[in-house]
Design a protein around this ligand. Sequence first.
Ligand code: PEP
Ligand code: MG
Length: 593
Amino acid sequence: MVLEKIKVATDTYLVGIGVSPGISIGEISLVAQRPTVDQSPIAAVEVDAELLRFQQAVDQAREQLQAIKRAVSRQQHLREHLYILDTHMLILEDDMLVEGTKKIIRTRVNAEGALTETLEQLRALFDNIEDEYLRERRSDVDAVGDRLLRILTGVGERSIGKIGRKSLVVAHDLSPAETMQLDRSKILGFITDKGGRTSHTAILARSLDIPAVVGLESITSLVSEKMPVIIDGSNGVVILNPSAETFKEYLQRKQSYEYLERELDNFLDLPPVTTDQVHIPLRANLEIASDVVQAKKYAAEGIGLYRTEFLYLGRNEPPGEEEQYSAYCEILSQAEGAPVTIRTLDIGGDKFVPELNLADEDNPAMGLRAIRFSLREEQLFKIQLRAILRASSHGRVRIMFPMISGVAEIRACKKILYDIQAQLDQEGIDYDPELAIGIMIETPSAVMIASLLAKEVDFFSIGTNDLIQYFLAVDRGNEHVAYLYEPLHPAILRALKATCEAANSAGIEVCICGEMAGEPLYVLVLVGLGFDELSMNPACVPRVKRVLRQISKRDGEQLVDKLMSLSTSKEVSTAIENEMGNRLPDLFSQPVI
Ligand code: PEP
Ligand code: MG
């Protein structure tokens, strides 16, 4: 049944999540919806044929993915994303999906119906994962399910690669394989019902430099083919049927945005220094080793956070010492002498790895997560530490322990680390004896005893993503309390200030590696608070550098003094917006709505 579309008024503004910046103006290409599926009972004699039909669909899906992979590997700029296709091929081998579906077919359900049921069960499993990144990996399972359903129902593969005219693609969701097949010259932007900041569509849109707004919930039911649209990926705004006035205004915004973007390239080779000559290294956060390519592209000075938990995902066995050693060495060789901060496994809580058989916990965010897990599973921890130590002889490694909440914990980590150093000495294996040891500051207790912790380590790195959650008692993944998740809460400013002061007086370095570090609006405040370095998503580096080079540490300190007298997050954010708007009006003008 074709749903009657609602008549869309001129200048209909919709707000979603802006995941890739830039402005595009054009017409819509609506990518077809999912195939509809009937679940029907089958006769006992039909079961074998249905099982065969399902297996053939799985084989065909694998062949399709291999063909896409061959085509994509010929495109230099997309090669780094090939792992997504490998993930899809792995999902096609997954027992829960394949054997789970076959089991349902054996209860005399047709293949499409059985597959749909299995996908629903898998979706429910993913919905219970709190970590945003991991939860969004559900979209990979959906994409594989969609591919299989298209084969089974004969709907055929939809291909955005076949879009014939320059347009803005609107879809319920876009699978990474589809996003990769696109003809870049035809796509002006992405708009989807689904998705979040860390969905693959978002990651790929950013690396292809295409504006994207996701999470609009039901835009596919509002729009029609060729409808005129404007998208502002920086502010998450979509305007349907724009009036002539709005069109003119956005044309101007687009021109000034593009002018400012071209200017960003000029910052790549310039050092990250303030106008009063303070050098603040801008480092990259990595999730997978191949992200190091992005880090180099945007001229990040080394790696401020390598989230090693991503090495442990989607596999049956945790990675062994040799595998980890080569992953770390690969990053070090790409880093060409710049520091690489390797964070030990931060698993548990909102970061779920089914393969590690974590116990069910009532309150996982405060449970056996991160360093608590590593200290409990000492064998696993030792393997990782050996791999990091061995890699340290090939570059500038810094080791970092997550979620430290007391001095005893860091001492326990150091004791195990020193034991392994002694073992390596005995075996005559090289490592860097000067290896810097650091901790994440992300619990309230760590902030309160920062001066004690500072005596134990060489550097601090503040993980604001968690610090905000634990300090304000607001689950970082719970949409019902998202309005309370306020990076500029006066309590957070005080926590950051106290930690920087403790580090500065102990003479150790203090970095910030939570999402706050990549927000250009906060640069003046962070420099004023006394951070020695900022670590962020690599794509944020040029934008942060552009601001950094136009502000002074002295002005930052004055702004921080002023902010400390304010009582609410709103007052703090207004003060920062005004300050930055006055200093750099081109960069910090307010969006229209
Ligand atoms: C943080 O908590 O700010 C952080 C950088 O760590 P993660 O997001 O990996 O928990
Ligand atoms: Mg954290």
